[in-house]
Design a protein around this ligand. Structure first.
Ligand SMILES: [Zn+2]
Ligand SMILES: [Zn+2]
Length: 386
């Protein structure tokens, strides 16, 4: 594994960057300091072209190889989460209420490591486009970059993404063709009844009793409406109503999420939520407002690019350490927007036995750095020398 050995020399430096980013988390599009750090590093590496402000605070670097050829995009996300850190690490967040709980500090540092190596060695033709995006966590930063002309401007023909996965051993990768991450949608249902004295329910239209019926009926979408071979999750995660024990309130509000791996199932779930909420409310004389909000699409790996990504991973860690038919995750990922714009693939890299993603005790595992950097380098060289 020659690349892995060469990249191992970068491990220390990359982990320093990673810890610096971890200490200084920024949220959504407000990643100015992180973007400035990325820009400065790309300049130090002698990257040929650096463009900032794509998708508001995204940064793109172009590394040209020896001779003309195709262009492929490698993408990392830069944003942190609004969580109070409890990792206890020496490099913990210095900003109360913000932390890198999804490992985007590691993703950014690994792509910087790959950029450094590729800018030094340039063992390829054409261009490697390194993409650092803001607002992955619910801000559609990938879409903002695509809408800003990311793909056309740099002539990107294929695009690849990577995410760390707690629970998968360090030095392993996992991928699948087709849907690998779900479409994470949100819904809010407001039941409008008629309030009154709790001792006189016959003079009221009780939005709590009706809301409870709606919660029960929504369970039938996954169990009775959707094809059992096409997964969907419908979770009601909020139910807010009322102020005290002797008042039936005017309104109840239910909220939750729908996760699907297939656009047809997604449409079915949205339609059923609307029909069930309206039908149950009508049966009991209440009004209902359903607000269904689609976030990012299903993250769909394209077949050929999935194979290229798997080959690069196998070159680094061997076939026994690459799962090419991993179960999809019902979490969402806005890299989905980039995969709608260009063919590509999204791979998972083992983070070892750490706390889970979005947990306050989570920390990116620096042991994974050499594997992640090597994967990026191998993938770029493989796609741009054949
Ligand atoms: Zn996340
Ligand atoms: Zn993430």
């Amino acid at each position: 594994m020659p690349i892995l050995n060469r990249v191992a020399e970068l491990q220390h430096e990359v982990s320093e960057w990673r810890r610096h980013l971890h200490t200084n988390p920024e949220i959504l599009y407000d990643v100015e300091e992180t973007a400035a750090f990325v820009e400065q590093k790309l300049r130090e590496f002698g990257v040929d072209e650096i463009v900032t402000g794509i998708g508001r605070t995204g940064v793109v670097g172009v590394i040209r190889g020896q001779g003309s050829g195709r262009a492929i995009g490698l993408r990392a996300d830069m944003d942190a989460l609004p969580i109070q850190e409890l990792s206890g690490k020496a490099w913990s967040s210095k900003t109360p209420g913000k932390m890198h709980a999804c490992g985007h500090d590691g993703h950014t540092a690994m792509l910087l490591g790959a950029a450094k190596h590729l800018a030094e060695t340039r063992n390829f033709r054409g261009s490697v486009i390194v993409i650092f995006q803001p607002a992955e966590e619910g801000g559609a930063g990938a879409l903002a970059m695509v809408q800003d002309g990311l793909m056309e401007r740099f002539g990107i023909e294929e695009v690849y993404g990577m995410h760390n996965m707690p629970g998968m051993p360090v030095g392993t990768f996992a991928i699948r063709k087709g849907g690998i991450m779900a479409a994470p949608d949100k819904f809010t249902i407001t039941v409008k009844g008629r309030g009154g004295h709790a001792a006189e329910p016959h003079h009221t239209i009780d939005p709590i009793a009706i809301g409870a019926q709606i919660v029960g009926n929504l369970q039938l979408i996954a169990s009775r409406n959707a094809n059992p071979l096409r997964s969907v999750v419908v979770s009601v995660t909020r139910f807010q109503a009322g102020t005290t024990h002797n008042i039936i309130p005017e309104e109840a509000m239910l909220g939750g999420t729908v996760r699907s791996l297939d656009e047809a199932v997604r449409d079915l779930a949205e339609n059923r939520i609307r029909e069930v909420a309206k039908g149950v409310a009508a049966a009991h004389g209440a009004d209902v407002i359903v607000d269904y909000e689609r976030a990012c699409p299903v993250t769909v790996n394209h077949p050929d690019e999935t194979m290229h990504a798997a080959r690069a991973a196998i070159d680094i860690v061997g076939g026994q350490n690459v799962d090419t038919e991993v179960d999809p995750s019902m979490a969402g990922e806005d890299f989905a927007f980039m995969l709608q714009a260009r063919p590509g693939a999204y791979i998972m890299i083992g983070n070892g036995k750490t706390a889970g993603l979005h947990h306050p005790a989570y920390d990116f595992n620096d042991e994974a750095i050499a594997y992640g950097v090597s994967y990026w380098v191998r993938l770029a060289e493989q796609r741009l020398t054949e």
